[in-house]
Design a binder for this molecule. Structure first.
Ligand SMILES: Nc1ncnc2c1ncn2[C@@H]1O[C@H](COP(=O)(O)OP(=O)(O)OP(=O)(O)O)[C@@H](O)[C@H]1O
Ligand SMILES: [Mg+2]
Length: 148
């Protein structure tokens, strides 16, 4: 998942929104960690358990990574405007965990990453991931680099 995140980082640019879904412990944060590494941002990506969003500024001249745990977000991404993040979302790469049902109506352009974990078998560390690009931005994007 971490390696997938690193690969995904190469496809992303400022203004992109990535929506991560998958059950508890599926690997959403692990993927975001790789994404942060790939983007070259400051700070370790961890579960934003006690914060709704965390900003990781770029160590270079790339876009910052905004990592959102929408679990506690009542309304939607518009509520993020009130969070007083000192970056603008259109200039950032925004990754949202638990965003389903909250971000869809606000953004028709997004990369949807669904992580599936085999149920029942607790020793199975294999994840199946479905990546879907929605909207103009992703219409002709080549996602083949994501598959090894
Ligand atoms: N193939 C794998 N991909 C991702 N994580 C894995 C894998 N195998 C084992 N794990 C472990 O599963 C856990 C996944 O946790 P992670 O925080 O990434 O999930 P999450 O989807 O963000 O969970 P939450 O719903 O609590 O936010 C980590 O402890 C990780 O080490
Ligand atoms: Mg998480």
């Amino acid at each position: 998942m971490r390696e997938l995140g690193r690969r995904l980082a190469k496809l992303l640019r400022a203004g992109d929104l990535v929506m991560l879904s998958g059950e508890l412990g599926a690997g959403k944060t692990t993927l975001t960690r790789g994404l942060g590494e790939g983007l070259g941002v400051r700070g370790a990506v961890t579960s934003p358990t006690f914060v709704i969003a965390r900003v990781h500024p770029s160590l270079g001249d790339g876009p910052p990574l905004v990592h959102v745990d929408a679990y506690r977000l009542g309304g939607g991404l518009d509520e993020m405007e009130d969070l007083d993040l000192d970056v603008s979302l259109p200039e950032s790469v925004v990754v949202v965990e638990w965003g389903e049902g909250k971000v869809e109506e606000l953004t028709e352009e997004r990369l949807q990453v669904r992580i599936h974990r085999a149920v029942g078998d607790t020793t199975d560390e294999v994840r199946h991931v479905t990546v879907t690009g929605l909207g103009e931005r992703w219409a002709s994007a080549d996602l083949s680099a994501l598959a090894a």
